[in-house]
Design a protein around this ligand. Structure first.
Ligand SMILES: C[S@@+](CC[C@H](N)C(=O)[O-])C[C@H]1O[C@@H](n2cnc3c(N)ncnc32)[C@H](O)[C@@H]1O
Length: 413
């Protein structure tokens, strides 16, 4: 019953807001797909896959724009967009024709049936879809079955805590028997405006782009099928499908190091937290995520792609600053070197030694070769290595650096 209503919703309230000229939207910076492998390549395939290799891409639940975006942005990729809504697909057919996207195939099919296409994929994106299914587990398992052994799944699902103001309102609107009609959308806008300034929904609304248009209001407040996930839920959901968590699209949002000041009393109680526990704690403390975006892959691939922070092999890796990041050199009050890594509104300070690491930042030299080339470190190489691996782990967890397997520098060239 609810899945039939959901299908009716996406047929009638075409979502997201259709883009008329995809090339213009991309070139003006008006549309960027978070999760586009072009921007996350080293987090996905730091081993051997070259940026210019063609990819087979699946957009599962592609809505009105997403598959056309990938096909337009990456003409060398083969993109398949699937959806159950014929109106979303019809808009992308227009975009396909308008921009002569010969690398785009659009198919009306339920994503749980995707194996019937007889294809497998290097990259699957499924954003804003699984949390609207009656059985999200079956959805993720179906996608996992068509993911190649070194393929990556990019998923976005609702985050529980920032959306906590949404669910009581959904129930209230059901009680009021509001329908998916223009007049009831207008009424919802009026109700939202009348709510007290400290109502939890206002915090959500400040973070969401969806509430400026009618289909976004319907999707948020009148959706018949909608469930949200905590960070802990995300890890178990991923594993139940036989997949393993690879990384967040924006790791800093889930890093205590990034989110909690260094001198905070909380640090005295945080020994021995795994990265997963730390991310869960971040989510519980900050309650700032209305969506979670992460990458998953088959367990064997994730084991291979894991960066060995606790192992000497780390020093054969290379790394670079994440594009958009900057390093500033300075001094603390006692005159010692103090480095500051900034990216967007995130800053991470760390003392000394970084001038040695900056030499590796073009990923042309391994960390080992830089450390071993300075004779002054010879006596204390073990503590230097401990410092370097700690600092690199922090920088990596905050998304400030991208780390590459040995001999993989060609992947970006
Ligand atoms: C919120 S929209 C997200 C669209 C797109 N992924 C994006 O991020 O812009 C959800 C889309 O998933 C589609 N959808 C929902 N359940 C589906 C299913 N079982 N199989 C395929 N598509 C589905 C809907 O028709 C709708 O187009």
């Amino acid at each position: 019953m609810n899945s039939r209503l959901l299908l009716e919703q996406y047929r009638h309230w075409i979502y997201p807001r259709p883009i008329e000229d995809m090339r213009k939207a991309i070139s003006s910076g008006g549309y960027l797909e978070i999760g586009d492998p072009t921007y996350y390549w080293p987090l996905m395939w730091s081993d051997s896959r070259r940026v210019d290799q063609p990819l087979d891409v699946l957009c599962a639940g592609c809505g009105s724009n997403q598959a056309a975006y990938y096909a337009c942005q990456n003409p060398q990729w083969n993109v398949v967009g699937i959806d159950v809504s014929d109106s979303g697909l019809a808009h992308q057919s227009l975009l396909k024709e308008r921009h002569a996207l010969r690398n785009l195939e659009l198919i009306e099919i339920d994503l749980t049936q995707v194996s019937q296409l007889g294809k497998s994929f290097d990259f699957i994106t499924c954003t804003g879809v699984l949390h609207h299914m009656t059985d999200p587990d079956a959805g993720l398992k179906a996608l996992s079955s068509v993911l190649r052994p070194d393929g990556i799944l990019n998923i976005m699902m609702y985050g529980k805590h920032l959306r906590m103001g949404i669910y009581p309102l959904q129930e209230a609107f059901r009680l009021m028997r509001l329908e998916q009609s223009s007049s009831d959308v207008t009424l919802i806008r009026e109700i939202l405006q009348s709510l007290p300034q400290d109502h939890p929904v206002h915090r959500y609304m400040r973070h969401s782009n969806d509430l400026g248009y009618d289909a976004g209001i319907v999707d948020t407040f009148l959706n018949p099928l909608d469930q949200a996930y905590s960070v802990k839920d995300i890890f178990s959901f991923t594993r139940r499908a036989g997949l393993e968590f690879l990384n967040w699209c924006e790791p800093a949002e889930y890093s205590l190091r990034a989110q909690v000041p260094e001198d905070h009393p909380l640090w005295s109680r945080l020994d021995d937290l795994s990265q997963e526990e730390a991310a869960h704690l971040c989510d519980l403390l900050l309650q700032s995520r209305g969506t979670h975006r992460w990458m998953a892959a088959h367990p064997d691939y994730v084991a291979k792609a894991k960066i060995p922070f606790d192992h000497d092999a780390l020093f054969d890796y290379t790394f670079r600053l994440t594009p958009g990041g900057k390093i500033n050199e300075g001094h603390d009050s006692s005159g010692s070197d103090l480095f500051e890594c900034t990216r967007g509104n995130l800053t991470f300070k760390f003392p000394g030694l970084l001038h040695h690491l900056t030499e590796c930042m073009s990923f042309s030299r391994s960390i080992r070769s830089v450390l071993e080339s300075d004779a002054s470190f010879a006596n204390d190489i073990q503590s230097l290595k401990a410092y370097v691996s700690r600092t690199l782990r922090d920088l990596y967890e905050m998304g400030h650096v991208q780390i590459f397997m040995p001999d993989s520098s060609q992947v970006l060239s």
